[in-house]
Write a protein that binds this ligand. Structure first.
Ligand code: NAD
Length: 253
């Protein structure tokens, strides 16, 4: 199995060696070795809870309370997660100046935790490690929200400045995509020599449009994912294996 991984990683190592202005695009698969389940694998989060979409969150206090209950349950389950081998490999490639930036669909904050500066990170779906007021943008820490939630016997708290609804700083289905992040991701995708799509089923749009854009603009497209993805046929290199194993082997080379 070790030899299989080494053989699979060899063409990736060759591409990384000549990469000068790469962009990485990461999905939930890079965080599974950290104990955070992805969405679409068997046993993934979607088989348990239907996500609360944005209109439902806005429409009812009961839905907002349910969203917070789920968020605190997640915190209890995954709050202690640390970056994995994939996060660390990308942080190393950034530090070496070979990667320009990481575009992520993840909301777990693990790229930041691996030492990646905000300026090098584009979060397409936001961040679940803090909250903001949807009206005025005021920032709230989860601990503060939790204390208010518990004091008020599980009522979702409102903004202390403007009374607007407070929500984790994530993008829900039905919520507009963050325009600055989308613009940055588009610019990066259109101007890179290598585009590394890592641990994403590449089915959530518009995020999955970035690998397509990069390929059209002439980048070498690499996909690393355990299962086939929607865009395998478009890629220059596809590796169906464990992300941590593949990147450890490739960087060792
Ligand atoms: P996804 O669940 O659709 O796809 C993840 C892919 O990663 C799957 O195809 C799976 O086969 C693969 N995978 C899982 N573990 C792997 C491993 N160790 N090595 C190689 N491949 C592995 O995830 P997505 O494409 O990111 O889309 C899901 C959406 O859900 C995103 O929008 C994201 O915002 C959100 N989400 C985020 C987190 C997180 O922040 N960690 C977790 C779950 C879902």
């Amino acid at each position: 199995a070790d030899d299989d991984i080494k053989a699979a990683a060899a063409p990736l190592a060759a591409i990384l060696k000549r990469m000068r202005a790469g962009v990485a695009f990461t999905g939930a698969g890079i965080s599974t070795e950290c104990g955070i389940p992805d969405f679409r694998s068997p046993g993934g989060l979607w088989t348990r809870n239907r996500p609360i979409d944005y209109p439902s969150f806005l429409a009812s206090g009961e839905m907002r309370a349910e969203a917070w209950r789920r968020r605190f349950a997640m915190e209890a389950a995954f709050g202690g997660a640390r970056p994995g081998r994939g996060h660390r490999a990308l942080a190393d490639l950034l530090a070496a100046g070979q990667l320009q930036a990481i575009i992520t669909q993840n909301i777990d904050g693990l790229h930041q935790a691996s030492g990646v500066a905000e300026a090098r990170l584009v979060e397409l779906h936001g961040n679940s490690t803090y909250a903001t007021c949807l009206e005025c943008g005021a920032r709230y820490e989860l601990g503060w929200v939790r204390a208010r939630f518990e004091e008020a016997r599980e009522r979702a708290p409102d903004c202390t400045d403007c009374a607007g609804p407070i929500k984790t700083a994530t993008i829900s289905f039905g919520q507009p995509m963050p325009s600055a992040a989308m613009a940055r991701a588009g610019a990066l995708s259109g101007d890179c020599d290598v585009f590394l799509a890592i641990g994403s089923s590449l089915v959530v749009w518009p995020a999955a449009g970035f690998p397509v854009q990069a390929k059209r603009a002439g980048a070498t497209l690499v996909i690393v994912n355990r299962e086939p993805t929607e865009l395998d046929a478009l890629a220059d290199l596809v590796i169906h294996a464990d992300i941590g194993d593949v990147f450890s082997a490739a960087l060792e080379r």
